[in-house]
Write a protein that binds this ligand. Structure first.
Ligand SMILES: [Zn+2]
Ligand SMILES: [Zn+2]
Length: 134
């Protein structure tokens, strides 16, 4: 299956040739600012599966520290991918087209969510980060 995504203005587009994984939403204050929203909505991409299709020259990069950063469209401002040491690490789900056949599996850092956000009752949520994987 092939997944596509694009920014709001449509200049930047991409293609992913593997299923997305580990979709999650982080409600911390940093993610709220970077995503301009109540939380992040983000999924990881298998190494090597991601390709920019158009508009890579429109992208700006913002380093968030520890080798991580985000790349966003310099024309319309959509945050599109997370990068780690320069390589695409994951995508912002808001810029994915259609149904990528994955659902957000957990909500993290709900303990520092915005005062104005009301959480749905039936989601998996953690006050801070997720428990360590086995
Ligand atoms: Zn754009
Ligand atoms: Zn966060």
């Amino acid at each position: 299956m092939s997944i596509t995504g694009e920014c709001f203005c449509g200049k930047v587009t991409y293609k992913i040739d593997a299923p997305l994984r580990d979709a999650r939403s982080c409600h911390c204050s940093r993610c709220r600012k970077i995503f301009s929203a109540q939380a992040s909505a983000y999924a990881e991409v298998a190494p090597g599966a991601f390709t920019w299709a158009t508009g890579e020259d429109q992208l700006n990069t913002f380093d968030t520290g520890n080798g991580f950063g985000v790349r966003f469209c310099g024309n319309c401002g959509s945050t599109m991918v997370g990068v780690h040491n320069g390589a695409v690490h994951g995508v912002t789900l808001g810029c994915v087209n259609g149904d990528p056949e994955i659902e957000i599996g957990m909500h993290i850092f709900v303990g520092s969510k915005a005062a104005w956000e009301k959480m749905p009752e039936d989601v998996v949520q953690f006050e801070e980060g997720p428990p360590p994987k086995d």
